[in-house]
Design a protein around this ligand. Structure first.
Ligand code: CU
Ligand code: CU
Length: 475
């Protein structure tokens, strides 16, 4: 399995093997075939369409396999432009991509891909009147995307909004930042194209890891999961988006790929911080704790490492309650949330995709569980409630004095989601409901035996807020 590495981590020998394999591909004509394919399809569905990520993944993988046919030790490096942002970065050194155009926008003068060094002539161009020298205008066209921009785009769901943001707000900007040949339809003429797109491809893989419950691809009006992709559609088994969703299955990985899912570590409410670490780039740590009763809980990290924390639950690892980066001391994460009783899951990763470091993590609850939960009188008047902050939930109690059918219903304009627990337990799940009531309201109709029951109300959306009222009626 070839591991694609950060270009800044390559040894001198890895750089020269990569450059030499590219030069050989140029000599035997294979490289220019890639330039032509990209140019000819530039406005034919591979950009600003659902195919953007799968098509470029296939394109890069084919080129990488062709390079490996020349030198089996070569893999595509990626350029993390959130880190290597300056013109003197080793990326643009004489031993690798070569430097800027002289003057900016004109021919590159240094490195193996400078026309003047005799091995790199642009035979395929958007227009035959364009120069045959590789040109660059590094940094003339604005600023490279920042880590914050990348993080914001990685947070986007679903896939359709992620891919459009990645393409137009990140990828396009990097093309323009390089400028010159890289800003044309024949942009693969600049070998930096492949380092740029390798990082785009890596970001798709990272996005999949961050959003395991999201579909890794969505089609659009022109292409779906099983559309054969040009220019390979006449092959006996043409590539389709469906066959490109799992990069590891294609035979390569990234040095930042997450380690296999770690075991979930238990935290105890009120116990001293548990010490742990992000020991390899991209590592994700999972924790679990049980909230014995509805109360305000604080989950926080300690130490010098800038981690990002996400809280899921209750009783599942996929319903996001909330996320936090820096609300704690220094750059630590801190979540304070009203939680109903149940088991919660905490995911911790480094703020930077390549970062590592140690940290502590703890959970504390309010000194006492909330002494009295608001009680709903059966067949009494409605209680007015509101989800005041995103991700909060309200917990109510009511007493079933006799065996009968009870109806728990919300009213109002807020899209509530209701969960019923009991009898005489805040954690014994009975049922839940989203939209059985009128409009966006929830309604549970259930035969209940005598006892005390608990109703948890949250907003259907993790970011939603709003007012509602709640009643319990006995038939
Ligand atoms: Cu492209
Ligand atoms: Cu591109």
């Amino acid at each position: 399995m070839g591991i694609r590495k950060n270009q800044s981590m390559l040894t001198a020998s890895e750089k020269s093997r990569f450059v030499n394999a590219v030069l050989q591909m140029k000599t035997n004509g294979v490289y220019d075939r890639y330039v032509r394919q990209h140019r000819d399809l530039f406005n034919a569905g591979i950009h600003t369409s659902a195919l953007f990520l799968p098509w470029h993944r296939e394109f890069l993988r084919r080129l990488e396999l062709d390079l490996q046919a020349i030198d089996p030790l070569v893999t595509l490096p990626y350029w993390d432009w959130t880190v290597d942002r300056i013109l003197t970065a080793s990326l643009w050194g004489d031993d690798f991509m070569g430097g800027n155009g002289v003057p900016a926008g004109s021919a590159v003068q240094t490195g193996a891909f400078a026309f003047r060094n005799g091995r790199w002539t642009l035979t395929t161009r958007d227009d035959p009147t364009e120069p045959i020298e590789l040109a660059r205008a590094l940094g003339s066209g604005g600023n490279l995307p920042t880590a914050n921009t990348v993080r914001n785009i990685l947070a986007r769901v679903p896939f359709s909004t992620f891919t459009s943001g990645l393409e137009t707000l990140i990828h396009n900007i990097v093309h323009v930042w390089i400028g010159g040949s890289a800003a044309t339809a024949s942009s693969p003429n600049d070998p930096a194209f492949f380092l740029l797109h390798c990082n785009v491809d890596r970001l798709w893989a990272i996005w999949q890891g961050l959003h395991p419950t999201e579909s890794p691809f969505q089609g659009d009006v022109r292409f779906n999961l099983n559309s054969p992709m040009p220019p390979w559609e006449n092959e006996s088994s043409p590539p389709t988006p469906a066959r490109l969703l799992d990069h590891v299955a294609l035979g390569y990985s990234y040095d930042t790929d997450a380690a296999p899912p770690a075991t979930i570590m238990d935290l105890t409410v009120g116990a001293p911080p548990r010490q742990d670490s992000i020991s390899v780039s991209g590592e994700i740590d999972w924790y679990r704790f049980t909230a014995p009763a509805a109360a305000t809980y604080t989950i926080e990290t300690q130490g010098p490492t800038d981690v990002l924390m996400s809280l899921f639950g209750p009783n599942n690892q996929t319903d996001l309650v909330t996320e936090d980066d820096d609300s704690g001391a220094d750059t630590n994460a801190r979540i304070v949330s009203n939680l109903s009783a149940g088991t919660y899951f905490v995911r911790v990763r480094h703020y930077q995709t390549a970062g590592t470091g140690s940290y502590g993590i703890s959970v504390s609850g309010a000194a006492q569980p909330q002494p009295t939960l608001p009680e709903i009188a059966v067949n009494g008047s409605a209680i007015q409630g509101s989800i005041a902050a995103a991700n909060e939930s309200d917990v109510y109690t009511f007493t079933a004095a006799q065996t009968a059918t009870y109806t728990i219903a919300t009213a109002g304009n807020t899209d509530t989601f209701v969960t019923l627990y009991g009898p005489n337990s805040q954690t014994a799940f009975i049922t839940q409901d989203d939209d059985s009531g009128p409009g966006l309201n929830s309604q549970v109709v259930r035969a209940l035996t005598p006892g005390v029951y608990f109703v948890r109300v949250r907003h259907y959306s993790p970011t939603g807020t709003g007012a509602y009222s709640i009643t319990v009626q006995r038939a």
